[in-house]
Design a protein around this ligand. Structure first.
Ligand SMILES: [Zn+2]
Length: 403
């Protein structure tokens, strides 16, 4: 039976789509993305880090600090999944801790720590994604770029990503299962206690490598007859920027890391940028910076995929990847938001984006001292990105749960 047919037969969750709500709370004018988006600087080179990430011991007090002060509290904490989060000895990456040099970034923006975790899984697995790359996120829900990234990578590679939102809470937050070409978001809000326990069990087994394939994980979730957020499923599964299933099976090493980074920064500029472009009063300089960052992200994504995909129009694909899922024309967006449901026909067509130069953009970590600029003969910058310590968070409007 096709996965689409299996997904149609799942049970709809009897609760609102918190994922769609979160899409709006982060991507609207003045939403959580808008402050970051206003800082995007096209002069900042995308930076790909291949050093092991510096996971930090994370306690309930750390998570509370993030929640109480989203500007300086360290932001979302993301690490491996365990029965109780944070429990004892939980290690996580705090998003807004810029003291570490072991991180990837672009346009002033750190790669979201979910994806730093996934990169870490690849590095520890000899350059390949494990069957399931699993992360637990404390205090926060997954943002639109992170959800889009999961589907964008899982579909062509056939691998699985599992993201657990509000992992410290058994009553709220979502288990996102992206297994190859299937997306099953299970909201804890619609689950019985026993169902949450079974979801944890599947997630732990997937993380420990117990399943042989993405299909096995998908079948385990389907067998549980869990409630599914059908709105979120439709939103992310109808992303026009999804490659055909399985076209990048076997992609590993540097090539895999390059497409992972390309996907992340493309979808980040799409959704972050939309919060600026949906605001009719945003300054022209910010709007132009968004468009330039998107154009650069599009070129980097197309360049990353091109050597691996002979049958795919990677330019058109990359163009769709830098376009937000919901409209960014202010009136059309407002109508979609007020409808509180999906109207795919309102989705904006990809905007024309000026083409940029073809200079290679993915920096390689050099042998030089961290933080010191060095340019190799091929023009690749090895500069570690500047810290964002100078960034002020004071104007950032907080949604209920962030990023
Ligand atoms: Zn994110």
């Amino acid at each position: 039976m096709s996965s689409q047919k299996l997904e149609r037969e799942t049970r709809a969750a009897a609760c609102p789509s918190y994922i769609l709500q979160h899409y709006h709370s982060t991507g609207c004018c003045g939403g959580a993305f808008s402050f970051r988006a206003a800082l995007m600087d096209p002069k900042k080179e995308p930076y790909l880090c291949t050093a092991p990430r510096e996971f930090r011991e994370t306690t309930a007090a750390d998570i509370q600090l993030s929640l109480d002060d989203k500007r300086r509290g360290g932001g979302p904490r993301v690490g491996s999944f365990q029965e109780a989060i944070p429990g004892e000895g939980w290690q996580a990456l705090p998003k807004y801790d810029f003291t570490t040099k072991s991180r990837s970034s672009a346009f002033n923006e750190r790669m979201h720590v979910e994806w730093e975790n996934h990169v870490d899984h690849i590095l520890k697995n000899d350059g390949d994604l494990p069957v399931a790359s699993v992360v637990a996120k404390a205090g926060f829900r997954s943002c639109a770029p992170c959800c889009r990234d999961m589907l964008a990578l899982a579909r062509p590679t056939g691998k699985t990503f599992i993201m657990v939102d509000l992992a410290e809470n058994d009553r709220r937050g979502t288990f996102h299962f992206v297994t190859g070409d299937s997306y099953l978001p299970v909201p804890k809000e619609a689950c019985e206690e026993q169902e949450v326990a079974r979801l944890k069990d599947i997630t732990l087994r997937a993380q420990s490598g117990e399943f042989q394939s993405s299909e096995d994980i998908r079948d385990a979730v389907l067998a549980g007859n869990f409630p599914i957020d059908k709105t979120a499923q439709a939103l992310y599964a109808s992303d026009p920027a999804l490659l055909p299933p399985g076209v990048a099976r076997g992609l590993t090493g540097r090539g895999l890391l390059e497409v992972l980074h390309g996907e992340h920064f493309a979808r980040l500029t799409a959704e972050y940028g939309a919060s600026i472009l949906r605001d009719a009063s945003s300054p022209m300089a910010q709007r132009q910076a968004v468009l330039i960052c998107r154009a650069r992200a599009r070129a980097a994504l197309a360049a990353a995929w091109k050597p691996h995909l002979k049958e795919v129009d990677v330019e058109a694909y990359a163009n769709a990847a830098i376009t937000p899922l919901l409209p960014e024309e202010p009136d059309a967006y407002l109508r979609t938001k007020l409808a509180k449901t999906l109207a795919p026909s309102l989705a904006a067509p990809p905007p024309p984006v000026a083409s940029r130069g073809t200079r290679r953009r993915w920096a390689r970590r050099g042998e030089g001292k961290a933080g010191k600029e060095a340019v190799h003969d091929d023009g690749v910058s090895t500069a570690v990105p500047e810290d964002d310590d100078a960034v002020s968070w004071q104007d950032m409007e907080d949604p209920d749960e962030d990023l």
